[in-house]
Design a protein around this ligand. Structure first.
Ligand code: AMP
Length: 455
């Protein structure tokens, strides 16, 4: 197996990694680090949770340590742009942790906090500046920072930057960077506009991909509960009570929806907190810190607010609303199953969300085991689903029990739902597992047929 040392990283970095208990590099790290050390431009197609931060931070730290240089006033040698304040903070923290024995100078430039201290932190110049685009532009405008000494430029989560409307800001920032630089570009997805940006910003880049579907299919146990819209609140409380949850991240489509879910859960005696763009920076940081240290077990978030939440040990992602952009589903469920752990993703799907579910299944190239919990089973379903799929109505306990989805064999299996007891080489299958197999047979696919190993 590859080691960090074998990738060519300096001893003080390898030591810091060992202290963090990082023993083997992740695939994106194995593939990216040698190229970045060799000075190449790089496009990394990888989502959060794959270890992409270390994939760029480590070789950058190596180069900084190998070629020390005195900082120029207001300048930085490395500029990292990320879409959110939280993510920026986490990236900076990664540089500090991995770089603790080489001690780079660092600064953070994010909105929502006063600009004065950030300008002062930059006054003597730093090795690494991590910034969100808006605040960086403000600092540029007030001449508090200059970008003409940047040696390495990192653009993280480029697709989110695009979604969040930062593309023009990025273009403005890039005009101030020296032409001779190394550019590292990370994005979970590569829509046409992002490809175009790659063409403009990078020179002969190496491409390294850790496809989201591989990670999704491999390590997250995914289930769908077909549900009437009005029943979602009660179902959520039920799921949260029954599932063995360490930390759950619950996604809603809107900020107001997030608050409504929190109130609903509180009414049911379940403590939860919301994080979204209407909250102050302080509130967001406090809630995130509580989620991280376990004081808050259930966090409700919108897609935008959840960007950059880098918390290990999320056992469950629950899609209270299904996203209308299928890539968001992949982003969401990638919050669980981080750093080698397994995770569970449960999606509530009402009648209006059925088309979203189909788009998601197309993207991840596999069906997701579905259980119908609607009061009135609707027989007229889209043709892609065999009719058995929707007649099955186990109790919530069964539908939500740990023993569904992938747990088709082995111990601790749930009793199959009534009418679902089956013959078969492996003994009976639990209701959903049976349906999943049936369904896959119906579609001519193996369960998890496109399984690939990302880790
Ligand atoms: P990222 O994709 O950069 O958000 O990283 C995901 C998580 O994996 C972070 O919590 C990292 O601390 C952790 N991580 C990154 N690389 C490794 C590694 N090689 N071994 C163990 N954990 C890692």
């Amino acid at each position: 197996m590859q080691s960090f040392q074998a990738l060519g990283l300096a001893a003080p970095l390898v030591r810091a990694l060992a202290e963090e208990n990082y023993l083997t590099p992740t695939p994106i790290q194995t593939e990216a680090i040698p190229h970045v050390l060799a000075g190449r431009d790089l496009v990394g197609i990888a989502q959060t949770g794959t270890g992409k931060t270390a994939a760029f931070a480590l070789p950058i730290l190596h180069q900084l340590a190998a070629h020390p240089a005195r900082s120029e006033p207001r300048a930085c040698r490395v500029l990292v742009l990320s879409p959110t304040r939280e993510l920026s903070g986490q990236i900076l923290e990664s540089f500090r942790v991995y770089g603790r024995h080489v001690r780079p100078t660092t600064a953070l430039a994010i909105g929502g906090v006063s600009i004065g201290p950030q300008a002062r932190a930059l006054a003597r110049g730093v090795d690494v500046l991590v910034a969100t685009p808006g605040r960086l532009l403000d600092l540029m405008q007030s001449q508090a920072v200059r970008l003409d000494r940047v040696e390495v430029f990192v653009l993280d989560e480029a697709d989110r930057m695009l979604d969040m409307g930062f593309i023009r800001d990025i273009r403005r920032i890039v005009t101030r960077l020296p032409a001779k630089r190394q550019t590292l570009f990370f994005s979970a997805t590569m829509p046409g506009e992002i490809e175009a940006l790659v063409g403009q910003l990078l020179r002969d880049p190496v491409r390294v991909a850790v496809t989201p579907s591989a990670k999704t299919v491999d390590r997250v146990e995914q289930r769908v509960l077909l549900v009437d819209r009005a029943a979602k609140g009660a179902l959520l409380a039920d799921v949260l009570r029954r599932e063995p949850i360490d930390r759950a991240l619950v996604f809603t489509r809107t900020k107001r929806g997030a608050d409504r879910v929190v109130r609903g859960l509180q009414g049911a005696g379940i403590a939860a907190q919301a994080i979204h763009g209407n909250k102050s920076q302080n509130q967001r940081e406090r809630v995130l810190a509580e989620f991280r240290d376990g004081r808050v077990r259930i966090l409700i978030a919108t897609d935008i607010a959840a960007r950059g939440i880098d918390v290990d040990g999320i056992s469950h992602v629950i899609n209270y609303d299904l996203p209308n952009i299928p890539e968001s589903y992949v982003h969401r469920i990638g919050r669980t199953a981080r750093a080698g752990a397994d995770g569970v993703a449960i999606s509530f799907c009402d009648a209006e969300e059925r088309p979203f579910l189909r788009d998601i299944e197309r993207l991840i190239r596999m069906p997701i085991a579905a259980t119908d919990l609607r009061r009135e089973p609707h027989r007229a379903e889209p043709a892609a689903r065999p009719p058995q799929q929707h007649r099955h109505r186990p109790s919530h306990g069964r539908a939500n029990g740990k023993d569904h989805g992938r747990h088709q064999s082995g111990h601790g299996r749930a009793e199959p739902a009534r009418g679902e007891r089956r013959e078969g080489q492996g003994g009976e299958l639990s209701g959903v597992a049976f349906l999943q197999r049936k369904w896959n047979q119906g579609r001519g696919k193996r369960p998890n047929g496109n399984r690939r190993h990302a880790h």
